[in-house]
Design a protein around this ligand. Structure first.
Ligand SMILES: C[S@@+](CC[C@H](N)C(=O)[O-])C[C@H]1O[C@@H](n2cnc3c(N)ncnc32)[C@H](O)[C@@H]1O
Length: 408
């Protein structure tokens, strides 16, 4: 017998590995199945993506030659069930052998059965000697993360907690108050069950993602530009702080999501659907938030497919877009005005290197930041760099790079 969970998990992994799709978009296009099966399939696919390097190292001694990619996926699924999800051996092996047959890979069913039975035998100590963080991280990413690489990669083994931001004056019951002002709930908490969600008092936003708008600190009534705005977590913060916010977003569908999010929170901003590198405001702004598109390597805990899909050349391509947006934002800034640049990336090319280049090319200078509630995130240059290994005991946080610039 095959089962709906294994079928759906295989479909998710096929979409990621063979079609380069994100896990979220693959989940959206699954055929209709029970919510419980869908959640279990998501958990299994995410475990394979998070631990793929470790799973391959466990399987390696039992494979005489490279199996077809479909069989490697099936073996990883069986081993992930056994080693990371506590699936009983007969179920972990039996279901993926049945899956192998149902995918018309019958000649490999014996191999899958034999290899996974060896893993069952080795299971109690199969992971003991392995350098799991290193095995699960591509070499280019590990090298680029410098001395924090091990802490970051270790944190990637866990699902991220659910953080929220709340409107001023609202206290989300049952949440843990974080020093930076966000509220934390355990991973897997259903969003609709969050206190204040249906009343439009809170929105989902990682603790690190909440920092850029706080660091821009708009004055009540100040005209503020949010240049890459959707889905609008930071727009909501800027509005809630009393800013007179203009939110620009290029993608129509994402702008519709932003509009829905602001409506739910009863917040108002001027919404402009436009390419931020082409749009010209009627008057310049004294405060701009540029939360630029990026490789998103700071969000691997939430999107474990990212390290399988991203390649170094994608990061180079992002820096071109980031420079163009920095050029455009500078043109929209009043003399003496401040610009917060943020990316949810751990890659130095998308962070400090973009700011060094902007200061050399444009009429801008770095204005060093302080962050008394998270001093360990402040770099020697006065930028902020968070990563999932910070506050590790409390569940970590997304990786963000944030810099403040002023126009001379
Ligand atoms: C990192 S996300 C922004 C997240 C958002 N600030 C928030 O807190 O919810 C980057 C956004 O920039 C948009 N974008 C990318 N290039 C753009 C451009 N040239 N002009 C305007 N928006 C752009 C993307 O569609 C995406 O929605």
């Amino acid at each position: 017998m095959t089962d709906p969970t294994r079928d759906a998990a295989y479909a998710l992994l096929h979409a990621v590995f063979s079609k380069g799709r994100s896990l979220d978009s693959a989940l959206d296009s699954l055929p209709r199945i029970e919510a419980r099966d869908k959640a279990a399939a998501h958990r299994l696919a995410a475990a394979v993506l998070r631990h793929a390097g470790t799973l391959d190292a466990v399987l390696e001694p039992y494979l005489r030659r490279e199996p077809p990619p479909e069989i490697r996926t099936i073996l990883r699924m069986g081993a992930a069930g056994l080693l990371f999800l506590g699936t009983p051996p007969h179920a972990a092996v039996g279901t993926v052998v049945a899956l192998t047959r149902s995918k018309k890979l019958v000649p490999f069913a014996g191999l899958v059965n034999a290899v996974l039975r060896r893993v069952v035998g080795a299971a109690p100590h199969a992971l003991d000697e392995l350098d799991k963080p290193r095995l699960n991280t591509p070499a280019w990413a590990w090298t680029s993360w410098g001395k924090e690489a091990r802490a970051i990669a270790t944190a990637h083994a866990q699902e991220a907690p659910l953080d929220i931001s709340a409107l001023p004056g609202f206290t989300p019951e049952g949440g843990t108050a974080l020093p930076t002002g966000s509220w934390r709930f355990p991973a897997g908490t259903p969003v609709a069950e969050l206190p204040g969600f249906t009343e439009g008092k809170v929105w989902v936003q990682d603790a690190a993602a909440a920092l850029p708008a706080k660091l821009l600190a708009p004055q009540p009534g100040e005209r503020v530009l949010d240049l890459c705005a959707a889905p609008g977590g930071k727009t909501a913060q800027l509005c809630a702080m009393g800013g007179d916010v203009t939110a620009v977003e290029r993608d129509k569908a994402r702008m519709a999501t932003l509009r829905g999010n602001l409506d739910r929170l009863h917040l108002k901003a001027e919404l402009v659907t436009a390419d931020g590198t082409q749009w010209h405001p009627a008057a310049p702004f004294s405060a701009i938030l540029l939360d630029a598109p990026c490789s998103a390597t700071g969000t691997v805990r939430r999107h474990p497919e990212l390290l399988h899909l991203r390649k170094p050349r994608d990061i180079e391509a992002m820096t071109v877009a980031q420079d163009a947006l920095l050029d455009a934002a500078t043109q929209m800034l009043t003399p003496g005005g401040r610009l917060i640049y943020a990316v949810c990336s751990l890659q130095p090319q998308e962070g400090p290197a973009r700011i060094d280049a902007a200061c050399a090319r444009l009429n801008l200078k770095r204005d060093p930041l302080t962050l008394p509630t998270l001093p360990e995130a402040v770099t020697g240059q006065g930028d902020i760099r968070t990563h999932p290994g910070l506050w590790a005991e409390q569940g970590g946080m997304d990786g963000f790079f944030i810099a403040r610039l002023v126009r001379a």
